[in-house]
Design a binder for this molecule. Structure first.
Ligand code: EZ4
Ligand code: CO
Length: 402
């Protein structure tokens, strides 16, 4: 099963995606996602200039060897660009293997450990009433786990809040957007806000919150402690992910569960947090952490330490990576929850897929491989548009973590 052709498709059906298409001598096609939000063309170039020329003639069944070849063979290891590129190849090879054997990928990953993949949705509001209405609307659609983000009253912006009735989408086309961040008003507001959400929706709804790396460790510890009465499912990314000592500090001061890792790209980023018992959920994804092969290793390390998966699943994972996440989520023993932000209708048309949502959970479907296709003719109608993630500054202009 030799690889005979490899091609990159960059398209923007609502936001930018980088998609890898591998073709074998038997005419099978495998898909991989290499989307790196705001830095898409760097990965496309890494793939087309440095990876794809190495793939022709390789046996598509040698998934682990190809991973090792691309990781060790580059000498320059890790980093989001490299690992997203390796992920695209890896996921496309799993897709090809499934198609060649006529089985869904989750069977190749050890088979289903559960019958559906619990997902959480994003509620957002520019004020408390709007955020509560957003939670209510998602609950009505069957979600039993909801991440809630609300703008601090009087504040100019907050992480994760959509504007003008649009679904939340962090990347913005056109000029770079600058936001203003104020920590103290946020820290005063967040516990009052979650008290209100709990009061409104009762004890059973799983509530999640994302602080998006914006707090210093001691501030995050204070927030985690203050949120304990409201029984969060998790507090995500309370402090920058590169501060394992910061997470140890937070951990010493609060029993609010912690989730970290959407920006991680290798097991080495995750290791210290996991083995020191500083986190409860690891958020590494099948696209930004080296594909299904590497994500399995991260999950196996996490399993040893009682840490569960909570994989990133924002819209910057294309439907190809979303399918990979669902095959993984169905089959990984220490599954926790999967993030789910629905894509635009145009994205779903460009990437027809077998996965489906029902009653707060998703299933990858029974199609061979990943169960996702890419309509290249349609994709060509949505050309790449430069887009960036916003940046954040403090009120005095100091650059802050976004
Ligand atoms: O801001 O994926 O938990 N989800 C998130 C996302 C991230 C984007 C960055 O590309 O934090 O919305
Ligand atoms: Co996040």
């Amino acid at each position: 099963m030799k690889i005979t052709d490899a091609k990159i498709i960059v398209c923007s059906p609502g936001r930018n995606f980088v998609t890898l298409k591998l073709t074998t001598e038997d005419g099978l096609v495998g898909w991989g996602d290499a989307t790196l939000n705001g830095r898409e063309l760097a990965v496309a170039s890494y793939l087309s200039d440095h990876v794809l020329p190495l793939l022709a003639g390789r046996d598509a069944r040698r998934i682990e060897d190809t991973w090792q070849f691309l990781y060790k063979g580059a000498y320059w290891r890790r980093g989001p660009v490299t690992m997203a590129a390796i992920a695209a190849v890896d996921v496309a090879l799993w897709d090809l293997l499934g198609k060649s054997l006529n089985v869904p990928v989750y069977h190749l990953l050890g088979g289903a450990c559960r019958d559906r993949v619990r997902v959480y949705a994003h509620a957002t509001g520019e004020n408390v009433e709007a955020a509560l209405a957003s939670v209510a609307a998602l609950r009505a659609r069957g979600y039993n786990a909801i991440r809630v983000q609300c703008q601090t009253p009087g504040g100019k912006d907050a992480y994760g809040v959509s504007h003008g009735n649009q679904p939340y989408e962090p990347a913005r086309a056109g000029a770079l957007q600058e936001t203003v961040w104020e920590t103290e008003p946020y820290l005063r507001f967040a516990p009052q806000f979650f008290a209100r959400v709990r009061q409104e929706f009762g004890p059973e709804l799983a509530l999640l919150h994302d602080a998006h790396h914006r707090l210093r460790p001691v501030e995050a510890a204070r927030l985690g402690h203050a949120l304990e009465p409201f029984d969060l499912f998790w507090l995500e990314d309370p402090t920058p992910a590169e501060l394992p000592d910061g997470y140890r500090l937070i951990r010493r001061h609060t029993t609010t569960p912690l989730a970290v890792g959407e920006v991680f790209n290798s097991i080495h980023d995750c290791r210290e947090l996991i083995v020191q018992g500083s986190i409860d959920y690891i958020r590494a994804s099948a696209v930004h952490a080296g594909g299904l092969s590497h994500l399995r290793k991260i999950a196996q390390l996490a399993e040893l330490y009682g840490v569960r998966t909570g994989c990133h699943g924002a819209t910057d994972l294309s439907p190809v990576a979303m399918a990979a996440a669902l095959h993984f989520g169905l089959s990984v023993p220490n599954f926790g929850i999967q993030e789910h932000m629905p894509h635009t209708a145009e994205t779903d048309q460009v990437f027809p897929h077998a996965y489906r949502y029902q009653d707060g959970a998703m299933h990858p479907g029974e199609a061979p491989g990943l169960g996702v296709d890419c309509n290249e003719v349609l994709a060509a109608q949505f050309p790449y548009r430069p887009a960036y993630l916003p940046v954040a500054r403090l009120a005095d202009g100091t650059m802050h973590d976004w």
